[in-house]
Design a protein around this ligand. Structure first.
Ligand code: BT5
Length: 342
Protein backbone atom coordinates (compact mmCIF):
# COMPACT_ATOMS: atom_id res chain seq x y z
CA UNK A 1 0.00 0.00 0.00
CA UNK A 2 2.88 2.31 0.66
CA UNK A 3 4.03 1.67 -2.92
CA UNK A 4 0.51 2.31 -4.17
CA UNK A 5 0.52 5.64 -2.33
CA UNK A 6 3.80 6.45 -4.01
CA UNK A 7 2.43 5.37 -7.37
CA UNK A 8 -0.51 7.74 -7.01
CA UNK A 9 1.70 10.65 -5.97
CA UNK A 10 4.26 9.89 -8.65
CA UNK A 11 1.63 9.88 -11.38
CA UNK A 12 0.85 13.48 -10.39
CA UNK A 13 4.31 14.67 -9.48
CA UNK A 14 4.41 18.44 -8.61
CA UNK A 15 0.61 18.45 -8.18
CA UNK A 16 -1.45 18.21 -5.04
CA UNK A 17 -3.42 15.00 -4.52
CA UNK A 18 -6.05 15.22 -1.81
CA UNK A 19 -5.87 12.94 1.18
CA UNK A 20 -9.46 12.05 0.51
CA UNK A 21 -8.89 10.78 -3.03
CA UNK A 22 -5.82 8.85 -1.90
CA UNK A 23 -7.74 7.13 0.86
CA UNK A 24 -10.57 6.34 -1.57
CA UNK A 25 -8.26 4.91 -4.24
CA UNK A 26 -6.33 2.84 -1.76
CA UNK A 27 -9.31 1.83 0.32
CA UNK A 28 -7.69 2.88 3.57
CA UNK A 29 -8.28 5.59 6.17
CA UNK A 30 -6.76 9.06 5.81
CA UNK A 31 -4.67 8.32 8.90
CA UNK A 32 -3.15 5.35 7.07
CA UNK A 33 -2.42 7.56 4.06
CA UNK A 34 -0.69 10.02 6.37
CA UNK A 35 1.35 7.14 7.84
CA UNK A 36 2.51 5.97 4.38
CA UNK A 37 3.40 9.53 3.40
CA UNK A 38 5.44 9.83 6.58
CA UNK A 39 7.27 6.60 5.77
CA UNK A 40 7.95 7.76 2.22
CA UNK A 41 9.37 11.02 3.53
CA UNK A 42 11.68 8.98 5.74
CA UNK A 43 12.91 7.20 2.60
CA UNK A 44 13.90 10.45 0.94
CA UNK A 45 10.76 11.39 -0.99
CA UNK A 46 10.12 15.11 -0.60
CA UNK A 47 6.38 15.44 -0.10
CA UNK A 48 4.73 18.72 0.79
CA UNK A 49 1.49 18.56 2.71
CA UNK A 50 -1.28 21.06 3.08
CA UNK A 51 -4.31 20.51 5.28
CA UNK A 52 -6.52 21.88 2.50
CA UNK A 53 -4.94 20.53 -0.67
CA UNK A 54 -3.42 17.23 0.42
CA UNK A 55 0.01 15.94 -0.60
CA UNK A 56 2.42 16.98 -3.32
CA UNK A 57 5.45 14.95 -4.37
CA UNK A 58 8.26 17.34 -5.33
CA UNK A 59 11.35 15.16 -5.55
CA UNK A 60 12.28 11.50 -5.47
CA UNK A 61 15.46 9.86 -4.10
CA UNK A 62 17.96 8.82 -6.71
CA UNK A 63 18.24 5.21 -5.65
CA UNK A 64 16.03 2.60 -4.04
CA UNK A 65 14.22 -0.56 -5.15
CA UNK A 66 11.07 1.30 -6.17
CA UNK A 67 12.93 3.84 -8.30
CA UNK A 68 14.71 1.00 -10.09
CA UNK A 69 11.41 -0.76 -10.79
CA UNK A 70 9.68 2.43 -11.92
CA UNK A 71 9.89 2.52 -15.72
CA UNK A 72 12.19 -0.51 -16.00
CA UNK A 73 11.93 -1.87 -19.54
CA UNK A 74 13.34 -5.36 -19.08
CA UNK A 75 11.57 -8.70 -18.97
CA UNK A 76 13.96 -10.72 -16.82
CA UNK A 77 16.80 -8.65 -15.43
CA UNK A 78 16.02 -6.56 -12.37
CA UNK A 79 12.44 -7.78 -12.10
CA UNK A 80 13.29 -8.69 -8.54
CA UNK A 81 15.58 -6.32 -6.67
CA UNK A 82 17.12 -6.67 -3.22
CA UNK A 83 18.18 -3.25 -2.01
CA UNK A 84 20.48 -2.75 0.98
CA UNK A 85 21.67 0.39 2.70
CA UNK A 86 24.83 -1.47 3.60
CA UNK A 87 26.18 -4.91 2.77
CA UNK A 88 29.57 -6.65 2.68
CA UNK A 89 29.46 -7.34 -1.06
CA UNK A 90 26.49 -7.52 -3.42
CA UNK A 91 28.24 -10.44 -5.15
CA UNK A 92 28.29 -12.36 -1.85
CA UNK A 93 24.60 -11.78 -1.24
CA UNK A 94 23.74 -12.66 -4.84
CA UNK A 95 25.63 -15.92 -4.40
CA UNK A 96 23.69 -16.89 -1.29
CA UNK A 97 20.34 -16.31 -3.00
CA UNK A 98 21.51 -18.03 -6.19
CA UNK A 99 22.38 -21.13 -4.16
CA UNK A 100 18.85 -21.10 -2.78
CA UNK A 101 17.54 -20.99 -6.35
CA UNK A 102 16.43 -17.40 -6.84
CA UNK A 103 14.91 -16.30 -10.13
CA UNK A 104 17.16 -15.55 -13.06
CA UNK A 105 17.81 -11.83 -13.33
CA UNK A 106 17.45 -11.17 -9.60
CA UNK A 107 19.49 -8.08 -8.83
CA UNK A 108 21.19 -6.96 -5.64
CA UNK A 109 21.99 -3.28 -5.12
CA UNK A 110 23.60 -1.52 -2.15
CA UNK A 111 24.31 2.06 -1.13
CA UNK A 112 27.62 0.99 0.37
CA UNK A 113 29.71 -2.19 0.37
CA UNK A 114 31.91 -2.80 3.37
CA UNK A 115 34.00 -5.49 1.59
CA UNK A 116 33.56 -4.76 -2.09
CA UNK A 117 35.72 -7.12 -4.12
CA UNK A 118 37.66 -6.95 -7.34
CA UNK A 119 39.27 -9.90 -9.07
CA UNK A 120 41.92 -12.06 -7.41
CA UNK A 121 41.00 -10.84 -3.93
CA UNK A 122 41.62 -7.18 -4.72
CA UNK A 123 39.57 -4.52 -2.97
CA UNK A 124 36.83 -2.54 -4.65
CA UNK A 125 36.24 0.87 -3.11
CA UNK A 126 32.46 1.33 -2.74
CA UNK A 127 31.80 4.53 -0.82
CA UNK A 128 28.32 5.30 0.40
CA UNK A 129 25.75 6.96 -1.81
CA UNK A 130 28.13 7.75 -4.65
CA UNK A 131 28.20 4.77 -6.94
CA UNK A 132 26.36 1.85 -8.39
CA UNK A 133 27.27 -1.35 -6.63
CA UNK A 134 25.16 -4.13 -8.05
CA UNK A 135 25.13 -7.84 -8.85
CA UNK A 136 22.88 -9.77 -11.16
CA UNK A 137 22.18 -13.50 -11.05
CA UNK A 138 22.29 -15.01 -14.54
CA UNK A 139 21.60 -18.54 -15.69
CA UNK A 140 22.77 -18.58 -19.30
CA UNK A 141 22.64 -21.70 -21.44
CA UNK A 142 26.38 -21.81 -22.04
CA UNK A 143 29.28 -24.02 -21.05
CA UNK A 144 31.75 -22.85 -18.40
CA UNK A 145 34.39 -22.21 -21.11
CA UNK A 146 32.24 -19.38 -22.47
CA UNK A 147 32.01 -17.38 -19.27
CA UNK A 148 34.36 -14.69 -20.56
CA UNK A 149 31.80 -13.68 -23.16
CA UNK A 150 29.51 -12.60 -20.31
CA UNK A 151 32.12 -10.18 -19.02
CA UNK A 152 32.67 -8.76 -22.49
CA UNK A 153 28.93 -8.46 -23.10
CA UNK A 154 28.49 -6.74 -19.75
CA UNK A 155 31.20 -4.23 -20.60
CA UNK A 156 29.46 -3.40 -23.88
CA UNK A 157 26.14 -3.05 -22.07
CA UNK A 158 27.62 -0.66 -19.51
CA UNK A 159 29.23 1.53 -22.19
CA UNK A 160 25.95 1.75 -24.11
CA UNK A 161 23.92 2.37 -20.97
CA UNK A 162 26.17 5.19 -19.79
CA UNK A 163 25.99 6.78 -23.23
CA UNK A 164 22.19 6.53 -23.30
CA UNK A 165 21.66 7.69 -19.73
CA UNK A 166 24.22 10.51 -19.62
CA UNK A 167 25.58 11.13 -23.13
CA UNK A 168 29.10 10.33 -21.89
CA UNK A 169 31.28 8.15 -24.11
CA UNK A 170 33.51 5.59 -22.45
CA UNK A 171 35.76 2.81 -23.68
CA UNK A 172 36.56 -0.79 -22.71
CA UNK A 173 39.95 -1.94 -21.54
CA UNK A 174 40.29 -5.70 -21.83
CA UNK A 175 38.74 -7.55 -20.22
CA UNK A 176 36.65 -5.88 -17.58
CA UNK A 177 37.40 -2.18 -17.14
CA UNK A 178 35.40 0.75 -18.41
CA UNK A 179 37.68 3.71 -18.96
CA UNK A 180 36.86 7.43 -18.99
CA UNK A 181 39.47 10.16 -19.45
CA UNK A 182 42.17 7.50 -19.18
CA UNK A 183 40.98 6.38 -15.74
CA UNK A 184 38.89 3.52 -14.41
CA UNK A 185 35.19 4.32 -14.16
CA UNK A 186 33.77 0.84 -13.74
CA UNK A 187 34.90 -2.69 -12.97
CA UNK A 188 33.13 -5.96 -13.62
CA UNK A 189 33.52 -9.11 -11.55
CA UNK A 190 32.06 -12.28 -13.06
CA UNK A 191 31.87 -15.29 -10.77
CA UNK A 192 30.27 -18.63 -11.52
CA UNK A 193 29.18 -21.96 -10.20
CA UNK A 194 29.52 -24.64 -12.86
CA UNK A 195 29.77 -28.31 -13.56
CA UNK A 196 31.93 -29.73 -16.32
CA UNK A 197 29.51 -29.00 -19.12
CA UNK A 198 27.01 -26.67 -17.61
CA UNK A 199 26.92 -23.34 -15.85
CA UNK A 200 24.63 -23.40 -12.81
CA UNK A 201 24.62 -19.67 -12.30
CA UNK A 202 26.75 -16.62 -12.88
CA UNK A 203 27.01 -13.64 -10.57
CA UNK A 204 27.72 -10.56 -12.60
CA UNK A 205 29.02 -7.80 -10.34
CA UNK A 206 29.19 -4.27 -11.69
CA UNK A 207 30.70 -1.28 -9.91
CA UNK A 208 30.33 2.17 -11.47
CA UNK A 209 31.67 5.39 -9.96
CA UNK A 210 28.89 7.91 -10.48
CA UNK A 211 28.72 10.94 -8.18
CA UNK A 212 32.19 10.80 -6.63
CA UNK A 213 34.22 13.95 -6.27
CA UNK A 214 38.01 13.69 -6.22
CA UNK A 215 38.18 13.44 -2.43
CA UNK A 216 35.86 10.44 -2.35
CA UNK A 217 38.76 8.32 -3.61
CA UNK A 218 41.66 7.27 -1.43
CA UNK A 219 45.12 8.63 -2.18
CA UNK A 220 46.07 5.45 -4.01
CA UNK A 221 42.97 5.47 -6.22
CA UNK A 222 42.95 9.18 -7.02
CA UNK A 223 45.28 8.93 -9.98
CA UNK A 224 43.68 5.81 -11.48
CA UNK A 225 39.94 6.22 -10.80
CA UNK A 226 37.28 8.64 -11.99
CA UNK A 227 33.52 9.15 -11.84
CA UNK A 228 30.85 10.44 -14.22
CA UNK A 229 30.50 13.55 -12.09
CA UNK A 230 34.24 14.23 -12.10
CA UNK A 231 34.17 13.99 -15.87
CA UNK A 232 31.35 16.55 -16.10
CA UNK A 233 32.97 18.84 -13.56
CA UNK A 234 36.12 18.90 -15.62
CA UNK A 235 35.64 22.30 -17.23
CA UNK A 236 36.55 20.99 -20.68
CA UNK A 237 33.43 18.85 -20.69
CA UNK A 238 31.16 21.31 -19.03
CA UNK A 239 28.14 23.12 -20.20
CA UNK A 240 28.15 25.72 -17.45
CA UNK A 241 24.83 25.05 -15.76
CA UNK A 242 25.59 21.35 -15.55
CA UNK A 243 28.21 21.86 -12.86
CA UNK A 244 27.86 19.69 -9.78
CA UNK A 245 24.71 18.03 -10.94
CA UNK A 246 24.33 14.55 -9.50
CA UNK A 247 23.34 11.75 -11.82
CA UNK A 248 20.29 9.68 -10.93
CA UNK A 249 21.76 6.28 -10.21
CA UNK A 250 18.44 4.45 -10.61
CA UNK A 251 18.17 5.76 -14.19
CA UNK A 252 21.63 4.49 -15.03
CA UNK A 253 20.86 1.11 -13.42
CA UNK A 254 17.68 0.79 -15.51
CA UNK A 255 19.66 1.52 -18.65
CA UNK A 256 22.35 -1.01 -17.66
CA UNK A 257 19.73 -3.70 -17.00
CA UNK A 258 18.04 -2.97 -20.31
CA UNK A 259 21.23 -3.04 -22.39
CA UNK A 260 22.44 -6.08 -20.51
CA UNK A 261 19.23 -7.94 -21.27
CA UNK A 262 19.70 -7.25 -24.99
CA UNK A 263 23.22 -8.69 -24.79
CA UNK A 264 22.06 -11.60 -22.65
CA UNK A 265 19.43 -12.55 -25.22
CA UNK A 266 22.16 -12.54 -27.86
CA UNK A 267 24.35 -14.83 -25.76
CA UNK A 268 21.47 -17.24 -25.22
CA UNK A 269 20.81 -17.37 -28.95
CA UNK A 270 24.45 -18.03 -29.77
CA UNK A 271 25.14 -14.62 -31.33
CA UNK A 272 28.61 -14.28 -29.84
CA UNK A 273 29.97 -12.79 -33.07
CA UNK A 274 27.72 -9.77 -32.73
CA UNK A 275 28.87 -9.26 -29.15
CA UNK A 276 32.53 -9.50 -30.11
CA UNK A 277 32.05 -6.99 -32.94
CA UNK A 278 30.38 -4.54 -30.59
CA UNK A 279 33.09 -5.08 -28.04
CA UNK A 280 35.75 -4.29 -30.65
CA UNK A 281 33.92 -1.07 -31.50
CA UNK A 282 34.25 0.20 -27.94
CA UNK A 283 37.68 -1.25 -27.21
CA UNK A 284 40.49 1.06 -26.17
CA UNK A 285 42.84 -1.93 -26.01
CA UNK A 286 43.07 -3.28 -29.54
CA UNK A 287 45.91 -1.90 -31.59
CA UNK A 288 47.70 -0.61 -28.51
CA UNK A 289 50.98 -1.63 -26.98
CA UNK A 290 50.29 -3.57 -23.82
CA UNK A 291 52.22 -5.19 -21.03
CA UNK A 292 50.95 -8.55 -20.01
CA UNK A 293 51.49 -9.15 -16.33
CA UNK A 294 51.61 -12.68 -15.02
CA UNK A 295 54.02 -15.57 -14.50
CA UNK A 296 55.88 -14.47 -17.58
CA UNK A 297 55.72 -10.79 -18.36
CA UNK A 298 56.07 -9.37 -21.82
CA UNK A 299 55.21 -6.44 -24.01
CA UNK A 300 53.37 -6.66 -27.29
CA UNK A 301 50.58 -5.31 -29.44
CA UNK A 302 46.99 -6.26 -28.55
CA UNK A 303 45.85 -7.45 -31.96
CA UNK A 304 42.46 -9.03 -31.51
CA UNK A 305 40.26 -11.15 -29.30
CA UNK A 306 39.32 -14.78 -29.89
CA UNK A 307 35.79 -16.17 -30.08
CA UNK A 308 36.09 -17.01 -26.38
CA UNK A 309 37.18 -13.50 -25.49
CA UNK A 310 40.89 -14.15 -25.03
CA UNK A 311 43.22 -11.34 -25.98
CA UNK A 312 45.64 -12.04 -28.81
CA UNK A 313 48.93 -10.28 -28.18
CA UNK A 314 51.76 -10.21 -30.74
CA UNK A 315 55.01 -10.05 -28.84
CA UNK A 316 57.87 -7.90 -30.01
CA UNK A 317 59.63 -11.07 -31.23
CA UNK A 318 56.59 -11.81 -33.41
CA UNK A 319 55.24 -14.71 -31.34
CA UNK A 320 51.48 -14.55 -30.83
CA UNK A 321 50.10 -15.26 -27.37
CA UNK A 322 46.53 -15.83 -26.28
CA UNK A 323 45.90 -14.19 -22.95
CA UNK A 324 43.25 -15.72 -20.70
CA UNK A 325 41.19 -13.58 -18.42
CA UNK A 326 41.62 -14.00 -14.70
CA UNK A 327 45.07 -15.54 -14.89
CA UNK A 328 46.70 -12.26 -15.64
CA UNK A 329 45.99 -8.59 -15.74
CA UNK A 330 46.91 -6.21 -18.44
CA UNK A 331 48.25 -2.71 -18.31
CA UNK A 332 48.39 -0.38 -21.22
CA UNK A 333 51.68 1.33 -21.54
CA UNK A 334 50.47 3.88 -24.03
CA UNK A 335 47.26 5.47 -25.08
CA UNK A 336 45.74 5.78 -21.66
CA UNK A 337 47.05 9.28 -21.28
CA UNK A 338 44.26 11.74 -21.83
CA UNK A 339 41.07 10.57 -23.30
CA UNK A 340 39.62 7.12 -23.82
CA UNK A 341 38.46 7.10 -27.39
CA UNK A 342 35.87 4.62 -28.52
C1 BT5 B 1 37.33 -5.16 -10.86
O1 BT5 B 1 38.36 -5.89 -10.32
O2 BT5 B 1 37.46 -4.18 -11.53
C2 BT5 B 1 35.95 -5.69 -10.49
C3 BT5 B 1 35.20 -4.74 -9.62
C4 BT5 B 1 33.79 -5.23 -9.38
C5 BT5 B 1 33.07 -4.42 -8.34
C6 BT5 B 1 31.63 -4.84 -8.21
S1 BT5 B 1 30.72 -3.73 -7.22
C7 BT5 B 1 29.40 -4.83 -7.11
C8 BT5 B 1 30.00 -6.22 -6.98
N1 BT5 B 1 30.24 -6.57 -5.60
C9 BT5 B 1 31.55 -6.72 -5.35
O3 BT5 B 1 32.03 -7.01 -4.23
N2 BT5 B 1 32.25 -6.50 -6.47
C10 BT5 B 1 31.40 -6.21 -7.59
P1 BT5 B 1 39.89 -5.71 -10.71
O4 BT5 B 1 40.05 -5.72 -12.18
O5 BT5 B 1 40.59 -6.73 -9.90
O6 BT5 B 1 40.25 -4.25 -10.22
C11 BT5 B 1 40.45 -3.96 -8.87
C12 BT5 B 1 41.36 -2.74 -8.80
O7 BT5 B 1 40.65 -1.57 -9.24
C13 BT5 B 1 41.83 -2.42 -7.41
O8 BT5 B 1 42.99 -3.13 -7.08
C14 BT5 B 1 42.09 -0.91 -7.49
O9 BT5 B 1 43.35 -0.66 -8.08
C15 BT5 B 1 41.04 -0.45 -8.48
N3 BT5 B 1 39.84 0.07 -7.80
C16 BT5 B 1 39.30 -0.27 -6.62
N4 BT5 B 1 38.17 0.40 -6.38
C17 BT5 B 1 37.97 1.21 -7.45
C18 BT5 B 1 36.96 2.13 -7.82
N5 BT5 B 1 35.88 2.38 -7.06
N6 BT5 B 1 37.10 2.77 -9.01
C19 BT5 B 1 38.15 2.55 -9.82
N7 BT5 B 1 39.13 1.68 -9.53
C20 BT5 B 1 39.04 1.00 -8.37
Amino acid sequence: LKNRTLQELRSKIYEYVSGESLSEHLGVSRTSVWKYVKELKGEGYAIESSSKKGYKLVSVPDLNAYEIAHGLKTEILGRKVFFFNSIDSTNNYAKTIAIKGCDEGTTVVAEVQTSGRGRLGREWSSVSGKGIWMSIVLKPVIGPESIQIITLAAAVAVVKAIKNATGIETGIKWPNDIILDGKKLCGILTEMSAEIERVNYIILGIGINVNHEGDDFSQSLKHIATSLKMHINNTDNLVKEQKSVDFRRSEIIKCVLFELEQMYNKINSGMNDVILDEWKNYSVTLGKEVKVIGKSEYIGIAENITQEGRLIVRRIDGVKEEVLSGEISIRELMGEGKKAES
